[in-house]
Design a protein. Structure first.
Length: 171
């Protein structure tokens, strides 16, 4: 597995690619209390051009209350079918103004809310502070071919098809 740290625009591009392809993450709050971490699946709305990750949430949700108490969060994205993984530590901010809701609203959220005018709608922005990724260097097909080849010839794979590293997103 090779190491490739990315910075600024390249880091944001990789963050956007991996997070939006995975779509769902485990969103973890209450990080300071290791015995009571709270984790739940959340669907990302977008990763913007500055590397912020946006989510739709209920104002009355436990995660919103926990963010108000301590805004440090951890996100884990997994795209197993493409062997892509992302770990994000960040700071979460809650918005309930009409302009932000209008901008970030998705029709999919109607499954949980009575439209974007529902008074319970809030938007969460996660500003990454530390990001680490694991990805395939040559894509899923080539990686699988190398893996199968190693099995057929009876050798261990050298993991050279993988790449991992830090994503430094300047906020």
């Amino acid at each position: 597995m090779s190491k490739e740290n990315l910075f600024n625009a390249e880091a944001i591009e990789k963050l956007k690619e991996l997070s939006e392809k995975a779509r769902i993450c485990m969103f973890i709050t209450n990080l300071d209390d290791k015995s009571h971490l709270n984790s739940r699946p959340m669907g990302i709305q977008e990763c913007d051009s500055e590397g912020n990750l946006w989510f739709i949430s209920s104002k009355e949700s436990r995660k919103n209350f926990q963010i108000e108490m301590d805004n440090k969060v951890q996100l884990y994205f997994m795209n197993n079918s493409n062997h892509e993984y992302l770990s994000i530590l960040g700071e979460a901010y809650i918005y309930d103004d009409r302009a932000t809701i209008e901008d970030k609203w998705s029709q999919m959220a109607n499954a949980w809310f009575d439209g974007k005018d529902d008074p319970d709608v809030s938007i969460i922005r996660v500003a990454p502070t530390e990001v680490y990724y694991w990805d395939t260097k040559y894509g899923k097909f080539i990686t699988m071919m190398h893996f199968v080849s190693a099995i057929l010839v009876g050798k261990k794979t050298d993991n050279s098809d993988g790449v991992e590293g830090n994503l430094k997103v300047t906020q």
